[in-house]
Design a protein around this ligand. Sequence first.
Ligand SMILES: N[C@@H](CCC(=O)N[C@@H](CS)C(=O)NCC(=O)O)C(=O)O
Length: 203
Amino acid sequence: MKLYDGGRAPNPRRVRIFLAEKGISLPLEPVDLGSLQHKSPAYRAINPLQRVPALELDDGTVLTESIAICRYFEEVQPEPALFGGGALEIARIEMWNRRLELHFFALVAHVFRHTHPAMQEMEQPQVPAWAEANKPRIAEFLRLLDGELQQRRFAAGDSYSVADITGLVAVDFMKPAKLSVPEELTNVRRWHAEISARPSAKA
Ligand SMILES: N[C@@H](CCC(=O)N[C@@H](CS)C(=O)NCC(=O)O)C(=O)O
């Protein structure tokens, strides 16, 4: 089994953090996005969508999509449970992971991809106006999240979950996108500091 990894790219990092939380180690196969290795025929045979991460199982089966890969490992090794337990907790974690992905992480990615010079070849066409359009939406979501985090320790409840992993990589991805969490959002800042301090965040 091996994980096709993408260095500093945020989606492979989500999987690496998840594996670190589970205490699972497995061989990483670096894919150099900078030199467009993910567009090579060899990698397209692994993932025709030309994205990382991808997990290759020993029988050659390939899984892509970060959350699908994380769910695979949650089943293989249920503890610690990062997708929750019981109908309500599982649904809440799913809800917050989706919210963080669709209303925050993806928007930060749009800002990065549509403004950063290093993304010129990967994001064609780059539409700077689309990046600008997403900035107020990110700010609005962070205000909402700040209110939620006033009432609880982690994104989806009182336990650390995969939703926190998505939130962590999204906040960290704000830096190369030249965005930042406003000073006054003290609950988001407290939460980010706590989840960043976990050893898994270095993965
Ligand atoms: N939905 C996929 C997204 C994967 C993705 O977009 N990965 C980025 C790196 S974070 C990538 O491979 N980008 C290459 C490109 O855009 O050409 C997942 O959750 O894994």
